[in-house]
Design a protein around this ligand. Structure first.
Ligand code: BES
Ligand code: ZN
Length: 620
């Protein structure tokens, strides 16, 4: 693994280049250094990729991708260029115009391997002919019965954090950006879409071409293939989905065009052209993934009443925080996720009002407080900037970068006022657009901008570098939630569930109700709630998930069959982990149930989910 050097980032580049002479510009560019990344073998300060032309074909029978990754590169000093690969077979490598060269694969560690290719001073292109391995972690190949529509097989990829190297040889560090074009050959009758400009119809040849002319880090290269159709929502927005869920998805995301306009009004023009969403089969391991131009999303947000679309606001917000300004390495992931939760909140407030967005904020606060409690107040992973060297970035993953990050930015907004804070945010996006940023650089920028405009002090240290939650965290009060608490008190004290007035409750009020129910409800009270509100059969995935966790914790066996079906059909890790955890914790109530469900369900999960769950079961 490479030694640590101080990250020097593109601050100079950020200063307007318009007035610079070519020579000055060149000098500034030469000063640009890439951050040291403990999760990539590449040496971008010596030779770096600039553009990828990908030419691949997909074989659904063997579950293998085969093709060529042709890179335009910029060589600085080195006589070799290093790529990240994991489980790939390298068939051949070549330089400009097919010139032969040699390569070596240096065996690595959790990061995979280093592919080192000899280059010389005339090299501007490097081609890699490769085949993916059987267990390529980014890929999930679904048999037709594992899809939503159950008629055509499916493939989707998940790149973040360090999985792109399992299907494309690449310099897989979020600090390195490339533009790309791609030619993807799939079986006739299927459609392919990517995080790029997409067509809107299947074609007769099965050969699809793509362009992404804006440079992106390669964790954002993404592909989905299957029986996919498109429906427009607004002039710049639309939804891709298997046909069985297309209409419902289009209804669910009906506010998307307005959401995009509202976000632009707050944070500056949307730079990516179109914003579409693809609703994937239920095994997608995340709620959403912000692949540029085309967010990947779980079907579990299709609730029928647009109540879970904060997730779309979140992924859309990443078009600014994450995709435009990107964390330099995964230790700084809060720079992506914390800003994004903050933007998500602001978008939701703008769209549906403060009362609504404060419910979301209150849920975030409760969630992160519980999580920090569980992780331990002194746990170093409860700092915003975390140390991931030698670890899988996924091991440091938690709600902390999201919600503690959000709460810090919210506190800054409250401290300096919205006007000043918004000005700071806009300046931040403009200054660092298409660049990568470390926590240190963020702190320096903050000192020079927001903090320099006021005498009020802000203690960033307790948020960023200290574990736990600072005592100064905002108090978040929601009248709607207070009302829920009053009603809950009455229910606990003995009124019948049918007397609870829930007609106007949003999903969030339901979640507040269920997650705060005391653990000493009687069996009769649980049945009463279930009979009146049909919770065990809820079609809202968030409500169902919360109820199932509560049911398992309280040994309400009536819900176990529903829990099993949910765990078999859904692959979203956020739902799986806490429910399996509860099942394992309460194993003596139902010996072997967790393991037997997992044995049935595991083959339906993407690697992101089963790798986390395997660890959970190993710990037993
Ligand atoms: N970029 C993340 C998903 C991710 C994080 C993938 C880390 C791999 C490593 C995405 O934007 C996200 O945060 N999704 C959340 C949505 C939620 C916070 C609204 C999810 O999937 O639950
Ligand atoms: Zn996110």
């Amino acid at each position: 693994m490479r030694k640590l050097i101080t990250p020097i980032l593109a601050v100079a580049m950020a200063i307007s280049v318009v007035s610079c002479s070519v020579e000055e510009k060149k000098q500034k560019e030469e000063k640009v250094m890439y951050s040291e990344d403990p999760h990539s073998f590449s040496k971008p300060n010596e030779a770096v990729v600039k553009h990828l032309s990908l030419d691949i074909s997909l074989d659904f029978d063997t579950k293998i991708i085969n093709g060529v990754a042709l890179y335009k590169i910029e060589r600085k000093t080195a006589d070799s260029i290093v790529f990240d690969v994991k489980g790939l077979t390298i068939n051949k490598v070549f330089l400009n115009y097919g010139k032969a060269t040699t390569f070596e694969i240096k065996k690595g560690d959790i990061n995979g391997d280093a592919l080192v290719i000899k280059i010389d001073e005339s090299t501007t292109e490097v081609g890699i002919d490769y085949t993916t391995g059987k267990g390529a972690l980014a890929l999930q190949w679904l048999a037709l019965e594992q899809t939503g529509g159950k008629e055509t097989p499916y493939l989707f990829t998940q790149g973040q954090a360090i999985l792109t190297r399992t299907w494309i040889p690449c310099q897989d560090s979020p600090g390195i950006r490339i533009s790309y074009d791609a030619k993807v050959k799939v079986p006739v009758g299927m459609m392919a879409v990517m995080s790029a400009d997409n067509g809107q119809e299947k074609n007769a040849t099965g050969e699809y071409t793509f362009d992404m002319d804006i440079p992106i880090p390669c964790y954002l290269i993404a592909l989905a293939v299957g029986d996919i159709e498109f429906k427009a929502i607004g002039p710049r927005t639309g939804v891709y989905c298997e046909p069985y869920l297309l209409e419902e998805s289009a209804y669910e995301f009906g506010d998307m065009e307005r959401m995009l306009t509202v976000t632009e009004e707050m944070y500056g023009p949307y730079p990516w052209g179109r914003y579409d969403v693809i609703v994937l089969p239920p095994s997608f391991p995340f709620g959403g993934m912000e692949n540029p131009k085309l967010t990947f999303a779980t079907p579990t947000i299709i609730a029928g009443d647009r109540s879970l679309t904060a997730l779309i606001a979140h992924e859309m917000a990443h078009s600014w925080s994450g995709n435009l300004v990107t964390n330099a390495t995964w230790s700084h992931i809060w720079v992506n996720e914390g800003f994004t939760v903050y933007l998500e909140q602001r978008i939701m407030e703008e769209m549906y009002g403060r009362e609504y967005s404060e419910m979301l904020a209150s849920l975030s606060l409760q969630e992160v407080m519980e999580e920090i409690e569980e992780m331990g107040q002194d746990n170093p992973d409860t700092r915003l900037e975390i140390d991931l060297a030698g670890r899988n970035p996924d091991d440091g993953f938690s709600g902390v970068p999201y919600n503690k990050g959000y709460l810090m930015l919210r506190k800054m907004e409250e401290t300096y006022g919205r006007e000043l804070f918004d000005e700071f945010l806009k300046g931040y996006f403009k200054t660092y657009q298409f660049k990568s940023i470390t926590t240190q650089l963020f702190e320096e920028y903050l000192a020079d901008s927001l903090f320099s405009q006021s005498d009020i002090k802000f203690n960033t240290d307790e948020w960023i570098h200290k574990p736990g939650m600072p005592a100064s965290v905002s108090v978040i009060e929601s009248d709607k939630f207070l009302n829920v608490e009053v009603v809950m008190y009455e229910f606990v004290k003995g009124i019948d569930a049918s007397e609870i007035e829930t007609k106007d409750w949003s999903t969030h009020e339901w979640l507040h109700f269920i997650t705060n129910l005391p653990n000493d409800l009687t069996r009769a009270q649980m049945s009463n709630l279930d009979d009146v509100f049909n919770l065990t059969k809820s079609s809202n995935s968030e409500i169902l998930s919360a109820w199932l966790i509560y049911s398992v914790a309280n040994n309400y066996e009536v819900a176990f069959e529903s829990a099993e079906q949910f765990l078999i059909n859904v692959g979203r890790r956020k739902f799986l982990t806490p429910l399996y955890k509860k099942l394992i914790e309460t194993d003596e109530n139902h010996p072997g149930l967790a393991a037997s469900i997992y044995a049935k369900a595991r083959s339906n999960y993407h690697a992101v989910s089963y790798e986390t769950l395997d660890k959970l079961f190993e710990k037993q």
